[in-house]
Design a protein around this ligand. Structure first.
Ligand code: SAM
Ligand code: F3S
Length: 464
């Protein structure tokens, strides 16, 4: 029995809490464990030899949420003492060894910038018999150590930078993920090329502040606009996205890319947080509402069909009715599409956490509900306004159990569902929108699709 078990590949179950960066990091953890240790993914925690919890601390009660999941996993470990438990992400980064005091059955604690060390940390845990903790910020080491990407579908994320140096007064990210660190331009392009050659058609550049990206290549300073242009030159790449951006770094070159580059999707996620100058200053965002509005106006001049989404916080300390009305007015005037709305929650260790004048619960909840209703209504109007239009959809999914129920996103990032043969998976298909729903659209194929095989790519990989 023991001999049979030891020949079986080990299985890992990874649970991800939080943002897209964490989803990306979890993918990297799986890759590195598969590549270096031969792990296979487990569908359920009960089937795993290793459980990994990738935590997020942006929202309230993050530590409690992590502890509650770990509490359940502790029971599995009681049944199987060989089970190993690792905790990564921002809660792990923040708590470090303190996490072991609350959850002594955890074997490894690692941060967003040390995930490449996970196999080594697990090895050290076995050798020493003691829990291992590494939550340092060697961001560039992380980029160098990560395995080459594997193709999982027609769309891929490419991480171009780590961390954030903006230090908004409410946000924990700079403390848990460290300062901004850029990945070398040539390395990013090499990864994009590898993905393109394996059939990927849509690239999303990923980072906390992707438009702050800078890297020297062949003696010249390169930025996100350069990455977009070089990627667009690859014949088989049909669409490019990037997320997330900061308004203060939205410069002319990036705006021009929206005008000049048809492969750049007509969607921008540009967190505004508030429409009140007083609150924006207290948040240390570095721009006024007017400056934000002016950037949006210029963006829409560059790309009239641009879908604009944002992040908003209500109930920041000291937020008055007037401040909230400024936010409400800005949301209405700029017509944001599907956006993220957060109730302010003090993050221990951030400057805003010690600000006086909290907004009473019933008031902030009422503001939240009003703004949410406005955002939902605007997203529905946006969706309905697309009825009758012909949009390009990259087919990402076939239905279950009906494989002819196809789904994909159009340029504005809205999901579109329509009927078609499953072999359209991975193709860019033209669809006429027939119905606009709150979170998606329905449509009908027009029969125009891009069927050019990827191997017919006419472009050549440049010398990197
Ligand atoms: N540039 C980042 C991104 O990728 O969106 C922003 C980082 S944060 C993970 C995402 C959003 O969480 C922020 O834009 C903000 O609206 C929200 N957020 C961060 N800290 C918060 C807090 N203390 N309370 C409420 N919302 C918060
Ligand atoms: Fe957070 Fe502000 Fe950076 S929201 S991730 S500190 S831009």
């Amino acid at each position: 029995m023991t001999a049979t078990r030891s020949r079986q590949p080990k299985r890992v179950y990874i649970e991800t809490q939080g943002c897209q960066m964490n989803v990306y990091d979890s993918g990297q953890m799986l890759e590195i464990l598969m590549e270096t240790e031969g792990y296979l993914p487990a569908d359920r925690p009960e089937e795993a030899d290793l459980l990994v919890l990738n935590t997020c601390s942006v929202r309230e009660k993050a530590f409690d949420k992590a502890l509650s999941r770990l509490g359940r996993w502790r029971l599995l470990k009681a049944d199987n003492p060989h089970l190993r438990i690792a905790v990564g992400g921002c809660v792990a980064s923040q708590e470090g060894t303190m996490l072991l005091a609350r959850a002594p059955f955890v074997d490894v604690v690692f941060g967003p910038q040390t995930l490449q060390r996970l196999p080594a940390l697990l090895g050290e845990r076995e050798m020493s018999g003691r829990a291992q903790v590494d939550v340092r910020f060697p961001a560039i080491e992380k980029f160098d150590a990560l395995p080459a990407p594997r193709r999982t579908g027609p769309c891929a994320f490419v991480s171009i930078m780590e961390g954030c140096s903006k230090y908004c007064s409410f946000c924990i990210v700079p403390y848990t993920r460290g300062e901004e660190a850029n990945r070398p331009f040539a390395d990013v392009l090499a990864e994009v090329w590898t993905l393109a050659e394996s059939g990927v058609r849509e690239i999303t550049f990923l980072g906390q502040n992707v438009n702050a990206y800078q890297s020297d290549w062949k003696g010249i300073r390169r930025d996100l606009a350069d990455l977009i242009h070089y990627t667009a030159a690859i014949d088989s790449i049909q669409r490019i996205r990037f997320t997330t951006s900061h308004p203060i770094e939205l410069g002319d070159r990036l705006m021009d890319a929206f005008r000049e580059e048809p492969k750049l999707a007509p969607h921008l996620h540009l967190p505004v947080q508030s429409g009140s100058d007083r609150i924006l200053a207290a948040m240390k965002r570095g721009y006024t509402a007017l400056e934000y509005r002016s950037k949006v106006r210029r963006l829409r001049e560059a790309r009239a069909d641009l879908a604009l989404t944002t992040d908003l916080i209500v109930g920041f300390p000291g937020e008055t009715d007037r401040d909230f009305e400024d936010t409400f007015g800005l949301v209405r005037d700029l017509g944001f599409d599907q956006s993220f709305l957060f109730l302010y929650s003090p993050r221990p260790g951030t400057p805003a956490a010690s600000l006086p004048d909290p907004v009473p619960d019933p008031i902030r909840q009422e503001r939240f509900n009003r703004l949410k209703a406005l955002l939902d209504q605007q997203a529905l109007e946006f969706s309905r306004a697309r009825v009758g239009r012909r949009v390009s959809v990259l087919v990402e999914r076939t239905g279950e159990p009906d494989p002819s129920a196809l789904s994909g996103r159009e340029g504005t990032n809205h999901w579109v569902h329509f009927a078609g043969p499953p072999d359209l998976l991975g193709m860019m298909v033209e669809v006429e929108v027939t119905q606009g729903l709150p979170n998606s659209m329905k449509g009908r194929r027009t029969g125009i699709e891009s069927l050019r095989p990827v191997s017919h790519d006419r472009t050549q990989r440049p010398s990197l």
